[in-house]
Design a protein. Structure first.
Length: 319
């Protein structure tokens, strides 16, 4: 006996989302249209903040993932990862960004927060969706990306600080969704790694934060690295009190701060940008529809209307 409403064949989980694209920028429940059963989503974690040191590293970008054909119904909880808080002081690590996630039933779809930037000499920056950039002197390594272990990877590693020590330092750039962070060079911070574009709205997210160059001599020394496209903040040039923060709702990493011991307390790194979720409600109806599915969609006004306009010309044959 047929159990799909009188039609023998494979039942179809039809979705009539009208290809609506929604951007979610704050934590809460997200509701979809009545006929939506499937969505594609871009999920971006919160960016890490920059470090504070002779040459602070840039914060790592939040993890960036594109997921397809997620089954949904009713309200779906969404948690937006916060950006890592800015820091001040001598040889101080940045802070890691928060995870962003969608929860459907018992399944969580997660992008990891960006790694904290380096500050102390020789100590590695933090791992994350993308890794933080190494800070200070002594060839401090950047953090690893893709902390969530996803395929494809959600991010890239951060860059090292100046190679080799000693001498004026340059902080490494934070990793981005599309590229690794740069390595610091003599007295110059490296650029943050480039972000990546969402296929749902063609917007670039998850750029790494730029590293800072050692502020020697004061106040003219120390070149800063640019933030990666996709919301990454630039490192602070010498003589500048505060680095640039990652852009809100991009998952961009914050820029690194620079100073000398006498002025560390007055130097502040950039905070990480908060994460974001972009959702596209799908129109997807292949295979065989059950009669119940058709009746329900018609009753709810979500069954697609198929039609077209046609212009034509009729020419009679000559005698």
């Amino acid at each position: 006996m047929a159990t799909n409403g009188g039609i023998i064949g494979k039942s179809n989980n039809a979705s009539f989302g009208k290809c609506t694209v929604t951007t979610v920028t704050s934590t809460g429940n997200t509701s979809f249209q009545t006929g939506t059963r499937l969505v594609n989503a871009t999920i971006v974690g919160g960016g890490g903040s920059g470090g504070s040191a002779y040459a602070g590293g840039g914060g790592g970008a939040g993890g960036f993932r594109n997921l397809t054909c997620i089954s949904v119904s009713g309200n779906v909880p969404v948690e937006i990862g916060a950006g890592g808080a800015a820091v001040s002081g001598a040889a101080t690590f940045g802070n890691k960004g928060g995870n962003t996630k969608i929860t459907v039933g018992s399944t969580e779809y997660i992008s990891t927060g960006g790694g904290r930037a380096g500050g102390p000499c020789g100590a590695a920056a933090g791992n994350g969706g993308s890794g933080g950039g190494g800070g200070q002197r002594n060839n401090s390594p950047g953090g690893s990306g893709n902390e969530g272990g996803f395929t494809p990877p959600e991010g890239n590693p951060g860059g090292r600080s100046k190679i080799p020590a000693p001498g004026e330092a340059g902080g490494g750039g934070g990793g981005g969704a599309g590229a690794v962070g740069g390595n610091g060079s003599f007295n110059t911070g490296a650029a943050g790694g480039a972000g990546a574009s969402s296929p749902l709205n063609s917007t670039t997210y998850a750029g790494g934060g730029g590293g800072a160059g050692e502020a020697t001599p004061q106040p003219s020394g120390g070149g800063s690295g640019a933030g990666g496209n996709g919301g990454g903040g630039a490192g602070a040039p010498a003589g500048t009190a505060t680095a640039t923060s990652g852009t809100v709702n991009t998952g961009g990493g914050g820029g690194g701060a620079t100073g000398t011991p006498a002025c560390y307390p007055s130097k502040t790194s950039g905070s990480g940008g908060s994460g974001i979720v972009v959702v596209k409600e799908l129109n997807k109806a292949s295979g065989v529809w059950s009669m119940q599915s058709q009746f329900s969609a018609q009753s709810e006004g979500t069954w697609p209307k198929i039609g077209f306009d046609l212009d034509y010309l009729v020419v009679a044959g000559g005698a």
